[in-house]
Design a protein around this ligand. Structure first.
Ligand SMILES: [Zn+2]
Length: 294
C-alpha cells in the first residue's frame, strides 16, 4: 500500500510537470480510485505535449533576457586571470561578491566628511602602524607575494589610511610651508597650489582606507620594476592607478604613479582595459555625467 502511494506521488509530480498550463495540482492524498486514470496522465496526447514544449521554450527565452539586462558591466571569469602564487585564500577579498562598498569616490566634489571612518581597518603588517581595510590589505598581501615571486622588491608601502585629523594636519602644514616658499602669492593662490597635490581634509582618497602610496612618492616611481609590474598587473588584485596621466581634469589631481587604490577585481579590470578613471567608471555605471574639474 505504501509503495503504491509513493508511486502515485511520483505520477502526480509527472502530471504536474506535463500540465503546466492548467496549474492545478492533484491532492497529495491520492486515492486508489484515481489510479485508474494513471495511463492517461502519464501518456499525454500530442496536443498537450506540444503546448508544454512551447511553454518551456518561452520561459527559457524570458530568463535569458533578464540575465542580459541585469549586469551593466561584465563580471569577469576566473579563466581571465593567471597568477604564479596560489591566491585561493585571498580570492574572496581580491574579487568580493559585492564590490559596491569599495567603489567609493573621495574628491573635492565628493567629500567623505569629518566623521567618515571606514570599517574593518587592519594593520598592513605586523609591527607597522599603517592601516587598510581588510579586503585591500589581503589583496595587497597577495600582490606583494606575487611580486616577490617574480623578483620585484624595489618598493614598499608608505602611506595608507589617513584619518580626517591626520589629513587636516598634513594639509595645513603644506599651506604653511608654501606660504614661506612663495611669499608673493596670496592666500587663495597658495590654497590653489596646495590643492593640486594634497587633498583637503575630508576629501582624501586615503580616508577610504583602500589606498596605498608606494615609495618613493614622486614620479621616479615610474622607473621601478614595481611600477612596470603594477601598471600591467595590479588590476588582477583589484588595484587601479588612481590618478593617471592626462586625466587631471577628471580626478582633480596631477599624475601620481605611486598612488594605488583598491576597488575590487571586476571594476579594476574594466578600468584597466578601458584606460579610464574611477570617476569615469562610476559615471558609466550610474549612467551619470562625468564631472570635470577646472
Ligand atoms: Zn596618495
Amino acid at each position: 500500500m505504501r509503495i503504491i502511494a509513493l508511486l502515485l506521488s511520483a505520477v502526480t509530480l509527472i502530471s504536474l510537470f506535463a500540465c503546466t498550463k492548467s496549474g492545478t495540482s492533484a491532492p497529495h492524498d491520492t486515492t486508489v480510485e484515481e489510479s485508474t486514470t494513471l495511463p492517461d496522465t502519464t501518456v499525454p496526447d500530442t496536443t498537450d505535449a506540444e503546448t508544454t514544449t512551447e511553454e518551456i521554450t518561452t520561459e527559457e527565452i524570458t530568463t535569458v533576457e533578464i540575465t542580459t539586462a541585469e549586469p551593466q558591466f561584465p563580471i569577469y571569469g576566473e579563466d581571465e586571470y593567471t597568477y604564479n602564487i596560489d591566491v585561493s585564500k585571498y580570492l574572496s577579498y581580491i574579487d568580493p561578491e559585492n564590490d559596491e562598498e569599495y567603489l567609493i569616490i573621495a574628491n573635492r566634489k565628493h567629500p567623505l566628511g569629518k566623521d567618515y571612518k571606514p570599517s574593518n581597518l587592519t594593520y598592513v603588517a605586523k609591527g607597522q602602524s599603517w592601516l587598510l581595510r581588510r579586503a585591500a590589505k589581503e589583496a595587497f598581501e597577495a600582490m606583494r607575494l606575487e611580486m616577490q615571486y617574480l623578483g620585484v622588491y624595489d618598493t614598499y608601502n608608505r602611506s595608507t589610511y589617513r584619518s580626517y585629523s591626520f589629513q587636516n594636519t598634513l594639509y595645513n602644514n603644506y599651506i604653511e610651508r608654501d606660504k614661506k616658499r612663495y611669499p608673493n602669492l596670496s592666500h587663495d593662490e597658495i590654497v590653489a597650489l596646495v590643492d593640486t597635490y594634497s587633498a583637503r581634509p575630508g576629501t582624501s582618497d586615503h580616508q577610504t582606507g583602500l589606498t596605498i602610496d608606494f615609495d618613493p612618492l614622486n614620479e621616479s616611481f615610474e622607473d621601478l620594476k614595481a611600477f612596470a609590474y603594477m601598471r600591467d598587473n595590479a588590476y588582477k588584485f583589484g588595484f587601479i592607478l588612481r590618478y593617471p596621466k592626462g586625466k587631471e581634469n577628471i580626478t582633480g589631481y596631477k599624475y601620481e604613479p605611486w598612488h594605488w587604490r583598491f576597488v575590487g577585481r571586476d571594476a579594476a579590470t574594466y578600468i584597466y582595459e578601458h584606460g579610464i578613471t574611477l570617476e569615469e567608471y562610476m559615471a558609466k555605471k550610474n549612467g551619470t555625467e562625468i564631472e570635470y574639474f577646472d
